[in-house]
Structures are given as structure tokens and as C-alpha cells.
Design a protein around this ligand. Structure first.
Ligand SMILES: *Cc1c(COP(=O)(O)O)cnc(C)c1O
Length: 228
């Protein structure tokens, strides 16, 4: 068994155990393989093991991989910070965008999604624990944004995405509560099915709190090397 195969099995088992412990269905949580900084060959190996959804943070790097791997039926997720002037590529090349935190970004994505494509899946990123970082909308704006974004024609607003501070596990419970609270404001509540939270080091706690999608990089691909 090669290195990716055992890592993939371990992560899948960990997700299953976390579901059992939380009395949740074992297919209630989707695995997003976070492949930033790793070469296309690594994604190809992971795909051969059965992994279909891959998450990327950096647009130029992602576009190169999308090109190199176009023979595979990969579901591409953008999980990085969304800049206003980069929305066109995101709208056209990805199936999902997780880091939407302003109305203008969602409006641009909707307008730039091609009419021939299915609606773009997005998550609203929330700064759930009030960190100083500029990413994620404030909690008190979520209700209004859900109401507005869910009405955009070429957008399917699927849920919330959070990246709490390390070891701040209460934030997962807060995110779940917020997720349930705002569902009623959604123009198409049947689309509201995704709580994107949990990474390599905290996926058990995220699943216990109600995550439906964990974004896992290091535990699948090994440590990232940013030196080149
Ligand atoms: C890099 C990244 C991940 C994966 O983190 P790991 O600790 O390597 O599992 C998940 N989500 C986001 C938004 C990331 O940027």
C-alpha cells in the first residue's frame, strides 16, 4: 500500500468513527481533499483511490491543475479568500466557492456564471469567533446575506463555512446553531445542506458539532512545503 492509500483510508475511517460517536449517519459528512501546494500527480493518485472533490486556495495554481487534470471528473472547490477582481475565473472553472463573505462577490459570481452551466454552489464564510482576520462576514450580517444571496439566479447557496481559531471548539457548536437559525430566511431552504468546517487537526470535534464537509489537507497529502 502506498503512502496516499494508507492516509486516505485512515482519514475515511476517522470520519466514519466520528460519525458513529456522534450518532450520525456515516455518509453524512463529505471529505474535501485540500490539495494546495501539492502537484497534479498527487491529486491524480488520490483520485484513483476514489476521491472526487478537491479544494484549492490559490487561483493561479488551481487553474494550472484544472488544465492538467481535465481528463478526470474532479469536483473543484475554491476555499481561499475571494478577491473581487478574481470572480470570473471562479465562476467559470469551479463547482463550489466556499469563501464568499460579501454580497458584491456573490452578485459577481452569479452574473459571471455561464448560462450553460449549472448554478454555482457557494458557502457563506462567517467569522464565527470574531477573529481580527479580515476573512468572513460578521455573525450579525449572516441573516441578511442569506436572504439576499439565496435569491441570486446562478447561485445555489448551500450553507456556511468557518475557520475558527485553533482549539476554539465552541465555535463549531456556535456555527451549527447559526446554520439552523438562518435556514428559514433562505429563498430555497432545500438547498441549505452544507456546514463546511473541520480540518486535519479538529475534524472529530467539527463532526461532533454537526459538520457536513471536512476540508482535509495535511492528513491526506502530508505537510505542505511553501519554500518554492
Ligand atoms: C489549508 C486549508 C485547509 C486544510 O488544512 P489542513 O490542516 O492541512 O487539513 C482547510 N481549509 C482551508 C480554508 C484551508 O486553507
Amino acid at each position: 500500500m502506498n503512502q496516499f492509500q494508507s492516509a486516505y483510508q485512515l482519514v475515511c475511517q476517522q470520519i466514519q468513527h466520528a460519525c458513529v460517536n456522534a450518532h450520525r449517519n456515516s455518509n453524512a459528512v463529505k471529505l474535501l481533499a485540500v490539495s494546495k501546494t501539492h502537484p497534479s500527480a498527487a491529486l491524480r493518485e488520490m483520485y484513483a483511490l476514489g476521491q472526487v472533490a478537491f479544494g484549492e486556495n490559490y487561483l493561479q495554481e488551481a487553474l494550472a491543475k484544472i488544465e492538467e487534470l481535465q481528463d478526470l471528473k474532479i469536483e473543484w472547490h475554491f476555499i481561499g479568500h475571494v478577491q473581487r477582481n478574481k470572480t470570473k475565473h471562479l465562476a467559470e472553472k469551479f463547482a463550489w466557492v466556499h469563501g464568499v463573505d460579501r454580497l458584491i462577490i456573490a452578485e459577481r459570481l452569479s452574473a459571471q456564471r455561464l448560462a450553460t452551466q449549472p448554478a454555482l454552489n457557494i458557502c457563506l464564510q462567517v467569522n464565527i469567533d470574531g477573529q481580527d482576520s479580515k476573512d468572513g462576514c460578521p455573525v450579525n450580517e449572516v441573516a441578511d446575506l442569506v436572504q439576499r444571496i439565496s435569491q441570486l439566479p446562478q447561485i445555489r447557496l448551500r450553507g456556511l463555512m468557518v475557520i475558527p481559531a485553533p482549539n476554539h471548539l465552541q465555535a463549531f457548536t456556535d456555527a451549527k446553531q447559526l446554520f439552523e437559525q438562518v435556514k428559514a430566511l433562505h429563498a430555497h431552504p432545500e438547498d441549505w445542506d452544507t456546514l463546511s468546517m473541520g480540518m486535519s487537526s479538529d475534524l472529530d470535534a467539527a463532526i461532533a458539532a454537526g459538520s457536513t464537509m471536512v476540508r482535509v489537507g495535511t492528513a491526506l497529502f502530508g505537510a505542505r512545503d511553501y519554500s518554492h
